[in-house]
Write a protein that binds this ligand. Structure first.
Ligand code: NAP
Length: 424
């Protein structure tokens, strides 16, 4: 029996699905012991700090993650950072293979004047802020203006716009960070404009997300019927199934009678942002009507860009176009990559399952003889490692704290608070 040691860096969906694939590939000749390394004191990646809190069903995949974590040969080493607590070279030397599942946490930039003004930020800041990510808890998000503009026509833009436009007491029974619920309850924002540079037929939203918008109980959702009808004409008879489903969902929204709610979410199509203006802070966004020379402005005090993500540079890892340079997940030597760090920020959580399974097949095919070497326990020098046992304690404490409040959990926010819950 050959017993290989695999290190997976990053405890998000891609990391867990890579671990699961390795567990499934074990047979009576080879097994794979997995050490999962995570920078934060908590695992689950975007399932904890990305998925919108008003989408609790999507988070039930965490049950699968916990099953993977409790299988024999799996160990969690959270609160351990690649770069400061250990290097990629150390991991490559100690393990038979190393799998990067570090995602793409950086928001892409528009590259237009005024983007750096206070009041202009990326969904890569706003989303982890409302989801209680320790690194974003102190962000001061200015919610004092009447109008916010969200730039981008994907599901992240939709999450961001919905979080800004819904009645904040709807978040009480969710695991939204307490600081975000408080701030949103004090928010002056009553109009959220979600802007797409192309037409409705090219929007990257998916139809389940569009179809839930009319169910918002306290928000008027507005689409211009002419925008949708002309998109249907442009899309023509040979329309793709997903596009048709999107346009059907948009037609339902556009045809609805306006309601008297004081909160409004407006879709602005064919609007290419060209400048953000303001005296010391955001005051307006200037758009070009896509395909024409015409420009127009929207006055606002907050701009959130949700136009995609990229991976940051990590020492010792080749990077290009915001992704780790790879060939079907193989990077170099005994290093592999899965998830958004491999293919860029696309697909839903489940996409990572088939993706990781393909890469793990290649990884296993390259293994020969197990290394006789150490592991992370010989490298990490601090004593604040969150193991699976500690995490289960943190998890149970959060769930228990949420129960009397009718929430699935009440998230601890700071690293100290999280480590305390784990008795570390
Ligand atoms: P996305 O789906 O790729 O959408 C990005 C949007 O940004 C597109 O509309 C794109 O427009 C626009 N954009 C890009 N560059 C731009 C620029 N310079 N100026 C203006 N607009 C620009 O990305 P995402 O929303 O970040 O989502 C990432 C992935 O996570 C997606 O696969 C998404 O479905 C998934 N996700 C799923 C859920 C869910 O299932 N509920 C929730 C969140 C995220 P163009 O098309 O014109 O380039």
């Amino acid at each position: 029996m050959k017993r290989f040691k695999i290190a997976i860096v990053g405890a998000g969906p891609a990391g867990y699905f890579a671990a699961q694939a390795l567990q499934n590939l074990a047979d009576d000749q080879s097994t794979y012991d997995i050490d999962m390394i995570e920078r934060l004191p908590t695992p689950w990646g975007l399932v904890r700090s990305g998925v919108a809190p008003d989408h609790p069903k999507i988070k039930t995949v965490s049950k699968v993650f916990e099953k993977i974590a409790n299988a024999p040969g799996f160990r969690l080493f959270a609160n351990v950072e690649l770069g400061s607590d250990l290097t990629i070279e150390q991991l490559k030397d100690s393990y038979d293979a190393v799998v990067l599942a570090t995602g793409s946490p950086r928001g892409k930039k528009l590259g237009i004047p005024g983007e750096e003004l206070p009041g202009s930020l990326s969904a890569a800041t706003f989303v982890p802020w409302y989801n209680a990510h320790p690194d974003f808890k102190d962000e001061a998000i200015d919610l004092s203006s009447h109008t916010a503009v969200v730039i981008g026509a994907g599901n992240v833009a939709m999450d961001v716009a919905r979080m800004l436009a819904l009645e904040p007491s709807e978040l009480d029974p969710t695991d939204t960070a307490d600081h975000a619920i408080d701030a949103l309850k004090n928010s002056a924002i009553r109009e959220v404009v979600i802007s797409a540079r192309r037409g409705p037929e090219h929007a990257a939203f998916t139809s389940p997300e569009l179809r839930e918008l009319p169910k918002l109980e306290h928000t008027n959702v507005v689409m211009n019927p002419e925008d949708i009808s002309s998109a249907i004409i442009r899309a023509g008879a040979e329309i793709e199934k997903d596009t048709k489903s999107n346009l059907d969902a948009m037609t339902l929204i556009a045809e609805r009678e306006p309601t008297s709610h004081d909160r409004t979410l407006i879709f602005q199509f064919l609007a290419t942002p060209i400048e953000i203006k303001g005296n010391g802070k955001v005051e307006e966004v200037v758009f070009q009507r896509t395909g024409s020379e015409e420009t127009f402005s929207i006055e606002c005090g907050l701009v959130i860009t949700a136009i995609g993500y990229e991976s940051p540079a990590l020492e010792g890892i080749p990077l290009a176009n915001g992704k780790v340079v790879n060939n079907e997940g193989f990077v170099e030597d005994n290093l592999f990559v899965v998830g958004w760090a491999k293919r860029g920020p696309s697909g839903v959580i489940g996409t990572n399952k088939s993706d990781a399974a393909e890469v793990m097949k290649i990884l296993v095919s390259k293994l020969n003889k197990p290394k006789d070497s150490g592991d992370v326990t010989g490298i990490i020098t601090h004593n604040k490692v969150v193991t699976q046992m500690h995490w289960e304690q943190i998890n149970a404490a959060e769930v228990a704290a949420g129960e009397p409040l009718g929430k699935p959990r009440r998230k601890a926010v700071s690293r100290e608070e999280l480590l305390n819950l784990g008795a570390l």
